[in-house]
Design a protein around this ligand. Structure first.
Ligand SMILES: Nc1nc2c(ncn2[C@@H]2O[C@H](COP(=O)(O)OP(=O)(O)OP(=O)(O)O)[C@@H](O)[C@H]2O)c(=O)[nH]1
Ligand SMILES: [K+]
Ligand SMILES: [Mg+2]
Length: 498
């Protein structure tokens, strides 16, 4: 029979190999590569432009450009004149910063040149760098790729960085920055580590059970721990698409009967003529979308075709179907009601009662046309009472006039509040689930854990098999887990082999 330390080695080896496809157990090594360079700041004329160089030739590049052999000081902005390495012609006067590996963005030797952002300065400096052997201009995303390869960023951080560069609104920026700094990565690391720790007790039971020092209760304990982890993952998965919504923008739909002023409202919100407005009912056919920033939240507002039964127009009919569908799918729903209609508005009322729900914001438009004292107040009361009688809730409502710009600020405040609720994170521990990719891996993980629970009492070998694939699924989210450290922790608090 194997002694314990051999078993320990076996166990370690087992974990190393089952995760070998995604984990590199050795500390990240710098692979000798081309030295890459590129303009890192935006294209076009600017006050300052930044050229970044990364790779083994970086120091050579720097010394050639400043025409001095001296050792650069680490992470210190230094003023210098840059020369062409072959013609020795001065190119520009600017600042350089040297980052020696591994303390740089890519983990390699990096030098940054902060030069004047004129076309010729940028062009000639890049050309000067290109004359140094071993250098080439970088491919898109190559600096970040090297950073990932060298273990400076895990995959979720790379994705966070990409979101940060794309962020259009304040809240998108906040979430992306958090993710780039490792919040999501850390959360998944912890989940995975917890699973490994719980499974280690299982594995030990399989391996050492016959030594009679480990009780069957251990299996039960580890099962309970794993169940708790599973619950945590499920909770995280049920975040109601908030993270994805924050990346892509929340959907707001404007629906209502023809001529209620839906397109007028869209144009007001967009501050431009995005949708055609006319007195002809049935003007809007397609869904017209505008992307907006409301209180720092990204939203996509969709203007839709006016909904009515009476039309025979096939195109309009299709537009109406699209409108209903959009209404259903949207995160925030605005129902526009023309309050200037005198006499019979049974159609509008039918439609309203048909589709309105608790979360719909009822927007009474064209208040500039009503005589409040005489009839509108009582008519509005009648509408709200009917909703209450038929649907059982008190509807949220706002009065506006698109023509005279009345109540729009109020509507925006209302929307902002709704957005705040929509995006609010009630679970302080778990970050927002920002990508479908994470969701897929987490779903795989939960499925494996369900099978683990199924096998747990009957076939412990199959059960631990499922545990391993659950662990692998989570590991795939970050793609950078060093298992050795963790195993040391496990075995320390495990006390096997002492
Ligand atoms: N007096 C007044 N007229 C308005 C107001 N809002 C919109 N209108 C007018 O109402 C008419 C219809 O406006 P639209 O914005 O085209 O209405 P819609 O709901 O998009 O109409 P469809 O696309 O046909 O369903 C236009 O003549 C607008 O100028 C308002 O607040 N007050
Ligand atoms: K219209
Ligand atoms: Mg319209």
């Amino acid at each position: 029979m194997l002694n314990r330390s051999n078993k320990l080695i076996q166990f370690k080896r087992f974990y190393s190999t089952t995760t070998a496809t995604i984990n590199n157990n050795d500390p990240p090594k710098l692979i000798k590569k081309d030295t890459i360079y590129s303009l890192s700041s935006g294209v076009g004329k600017s006050g300052v432009a930044v050229i970044r160089v990364s790779g083994p030739q970086s120091k050579n590049v720097l010394q050639s450009l400043i025409n001095k052999e001296k050792e650069p000081k680490d992470r210190l902005a230094t003023l210098g004149t840059f020369y062409h390495p072959t013609t020795k012609e001065p190119l520009d006067k600017g600042i350089y910063i040297w980052f020696s590996n591994p303390n740089s963005f890519t983990g390699e030797d990096v030098v940054e040149f902060h030069i004047h952002g004129g076309r010729a300065v940028i062009h000639d400096t890049l050309e000067a760098i290109s004359t140094i052997p071993g250098t080439r201009s970088s491919q898109p995303g190559e600096f970040t790729k090297r950073s990932f390869d060298n273990g400076k960023l895990d995959l979720t951080q790379v994705e966070g960085l990409s979101d940060l560069l794309d962020a259009q609104t304040q809240h998108q920026r906040k979430i992306a920055l958090d993710q780039m700094q490792g919040s999501i990565g850390k959360f998944y690391h912890t989940l995975r580590n917890d699973l490994i720790r719980a499974s280690a007790y299982m594995e030990a039971f399989i391996d050492f059970g016959d030594d009679a020092e480990l009780e069957p209760e251990i299996v039960e304990q580890s099962k309970q721990k794993i169940l708790a982890i599973k619950e945590k993952i499920i909770q995280h998965l049920n975040d109601g698409r908030r993270g994805e919504r924050l990346r892509d923008g929340a959907q707001i739909a404007i629906v209502g009967p023809p001529n209620a002023g839906k397109s007028s409202l869209l144009n007001l919100l967009a501050k431009r003529k995005a949708s055609i407005v006319s007195p002809i009912p049935g003007t809007t056919r397609d869904i017209v979308e505008v992307v907006l920033d409301i209180g720092g939240y990204p939203v996509v507002v969709g203007d839709t075709a006016g909904i009515r039964h009476s039309t025979l127009d096939l195109i309009e009919k299709e537009g109406i179907e699209m409108a209903k569908e959009r209404f259903k799918q949207s995160d925030i729903k605005l129902f526009l009601y023309d309050c200037s209609i005198h006499g019979d508005d049974a159609d509008s009322m039918d439609l309203l009662l048909n589709i309105i729900d608790k979360n719909t914001i009822l927007v009474f438009n064209k208040v500039d046309l009503v005589d409040k004292k005489l009839n509108w107040d009582s008519k509005r009361k009648e509408i709200l009472d009917t909703i209450y009688q038929r649907k059982g809730f008190h509807s949220n409502y706002i009065e506006i006039s698109c023509l005279e710009n009345i109540g729009i600020q109020n509507l925006l405040l209302h929307l902002e509040n709704n957005l705040k609720q929509l995006f609010e994170i009630d679970d302080k521990e778990a970050p927002l689930l920002t990508r479908v990719r994470y969701k897929e891996h987490l779903n795989d993980c939960v499925e494996s854990l369900n099978r683990y629970i199924y096998y747990c009492d009957s076939d412990i070998v199959l059960a631990s098999e499922e545990l391993r694939s659950a662990i692998k699924s989570i590991g795939e989210i970050t793609f950078s887990v060093n298992i050795d450290d963790l195993l040391d922790v496990i075995f320390k608090d495990f006390c096997i082999g002492k």
